[in-house]
Structure formats: structure tokens, C-alpha cells
Design a protein around this ligand. Structure first.
Ligand code: NDP
Ligand code: 8X3
Length: 257
């Protein structure tokens, strides 16, 4: 029987790439997100390319009842979830704390922190018996606050704290917990942050090669396939032109172009 991976936020970016790499390697994958059409087309694409079963589950991770109902449905078709990738998340806006939009703050806290907790709480009973592996997608913003990043960074610091807490609490069950902390990656992340302004979003990555979603997917897959006694606790991954969340250079600034 194939192992099963549940990936939140699989309609785009990292989540879509993570679902794809696991399907390529023979895992059954449960894919979630709010955009039903994207879930349907990814299911068709992966099932026609690989001999795996893809289950779609469309819900808003901020809504506790929707999360509970969705995982209850998954339980009817899957006795176990071997790997949970808590990936769904967003940044909304970029401004000083005194000018921040409170609705943006709610969206980030509700999605990046509370949504991750809701899903984890519901999935854990499906993992505790046999052990498993939880990946929490944090960020370089979980390690160093940057200007105007305030609440987004706070949510990712919270994810980092939850990585540490889960690792302690889940030791008795043989559940590995890995925090993955990517730097700048050109997904739909900045389009969402800048509310659909694609030009502003593209300008974030101009002049250097950022991470690609596949770089993170391959890293998650690597961590997931290590021997049973080995757990990578925490990984920070940036493109070569980025040192941390506050220091990135353009290719033109490099001395050895
Ligand atoms: P994308 O915007 O491309 O993907 C975000 C995913 O999250 C989508 O599938 C989206 O699905 C899902 N999502 C967002 N809100 C909700 C919600 N309320 N309910 C359910 N699903 C939701 O961005 P990335 O792939 O870049 O982001 C993935 C994760 O990586 C996030 O946690 C982000 O903070 C983090 N990250 C991103 C970095 C980057 O530079 N790109 C760097 C470091 C971390 P849908 O809209 O269909 O609901
Ligand atoms: C996403 C990358 O640099 O906007 O976490 O914080 S950044």
C-alpha cells in the first residue's frame, strides 16, 4: 500500500510542487486549498501521470468547523496519514505597525497560526498509532524580523515555536517534526501579499534568481525519506543571493559576476 501525504495549500506554489514530487515517487496525496477547480485539475494531472490516488479536499483553513468536517471525511477513506505538510499560508500587505490593516493581520494570524493548529489537531489521531512526520513551512521571516514585516514575521515566529513544541510533545509517538524555512521564492506569494498587483510582485524578484517551488519540494521529500531514526529538525534555505530575511543582493551587486 502506498504511503499517504496530506499537503495543505496545494493549489499553488510550494504546496503544488510538494504534492507533485510525492506523487512522482509513488505516494498517495491528499491535496487541500480553497480553489476547487485547481484541486480538480491537479488531481487529474497527477493521477494520469503516476500510479497514485489523489484525494481533493476543498476548505478554508481559517474555519475550524470546515477543517474538522474535511478531516472527518478524509478519515473515511484513509486510515492513516503518514506525512502532514502544513504549508497553507500567506502574507497580506507590507506596512509599519501603526499603519497596518487589521483585516490583513486577522487573515495572517488565522491562516498561518490557527489554521495550522486546526489541521494538526485533527490529523494527529490518524498519525499517533504508527508514527509519522509533520512538516511546518515557516520562513526566513521566522528567524529575523524585517522592516514592515511585523505581523507576518510574528506568525512565522509562532510557527517556529510550534515546531519546537510539537517535537517535544510528539516524541512518545515517534512523530518527526521538521521546520522548513524558505527565503524568497517566486510563487503566488507576493501577488497575494500585494493584492493582485502582479508588476509589484514581480519586482520583488528582479535582478537575481530566487528559489523555485521545486527546490523546497525536493528538500521536503529528502527529509521525508531519511532513515526512521533520523529527523532533520530545522532547515533554513535561501537562494544564493540571500543571506537572511533582511539581506539580499542583485546579481549586478556581486563582485564575481
Ligand atoms: P502561494 O500563494 O503560491 O500558495 C499559498 C497556498 O496556501 C495556496 O495553495 C492557497 O490556496 C493556500 N491558502 C492560503 N490561504 C488559505 C486558506 N485560508 N485556506 C486554505 N488554503 C489557503 O504561496 P507559497 O507557495 O509561496 O506559500 C506557501 C507557504 O510558504 C506559506 O506558508 C508562506 O508563508 C510560506 N513561505 C513562502 C515564501 C515565498 O517567498 N514564496 C518564503 C517562505 C515561506 P487557496 O488560495 O486555493 O486557498
Ligand atoms: C516569505 C518570504 O521574505 O517575504 O516568507 O518573508 S519573505
Amino acid at each position: 500500500m502506498n504511503k499517504t501525504v496530506l499537503v495543505t495549500g496545494a493549489t499553488s506554489g510550494f504546496g503544488k510542487a510538494i504534492a507533485t514530487v510525492f506523487a512522482q515517487n509513488g505516494y498517495d496525496v491528499c491535496i487541500t486549498g480553497r480553489r476547487a477547480e485547481r484541486l480538480r485539475s491537479l488531481k487529474m494531472e497527477l493521477e494520469s501521470a503516476y500510479k497514485v490516488s489523489i484525494t481533493t479536499s476543498c476548505f478554508d483553513i481559517r474555519n475550524r468547523k470546515e477543517v474538522e468536517d474535511a478531516v472527518a471525511v478524509l478519515k473515511q477513506s484513509h486510515s492513516t496519514i503518514d506525512i502532514l505538510v502544513n504549508n497553507a499560508g500567506l502574507a497580506a500587505g507590507l506596512s509599519t505597525i501603526d499603519e497596518g490593516d487589521v483585516d490583513d493581520w486577522d487573515a495572517m494570524i488565522d491562516t498561518n497560526v490557527k489554521g495550522l493548529l486546526y489541521v494538526t489537531r485533527q490529523v494527529l489521531p490518524m498519525m499517533k498509532e504508527k508514527g509519522g512526520h509533520i512538516f511546518n513551512i515557516g520562513s526566513t521571516a521566522a528567524k529575523l524580523v524585517y522592516k514592515n514585516g511585523n505581523v507576518y514575521c510574528a506568525t512565522k515566529f509562532a510557527v517556529d515555536a510550534l515546531n519546537q513544541a510539537m517535537r517535544i510533545d510528539l516524541l512518545p509517538y515517534g512523530i518527526k517534526v521538521t521546520g522548513i524555512h524558505p527565503g524568497m521564492a517566486e510563487t503566488e506569494f507576493s501577488i497575494v501579499r500585494f493584492k493582485g498587483d502582479e508588476q509589484r510582485a514581480a519586482s520583488v524578484y528582479r535582478g537575481f534568481e530566487p528559489l523555485h517551488a521545486e527546490d523546497i519540494a525536493n528538500t521536503v521529500y529528502y527529509c521525508a525519506t531519511l532513515p526512521a531514526h533520523v529527523c532533520i529538525n530545522d532547515l533554513t534555505i535561501t537562494c544564493t543571493n540571500q543571506a537572511n530575511s533582511a539581506h539580499t543582493i542583485k546579481d549586478a551587486e556581486r563582485v564575481n559576476k
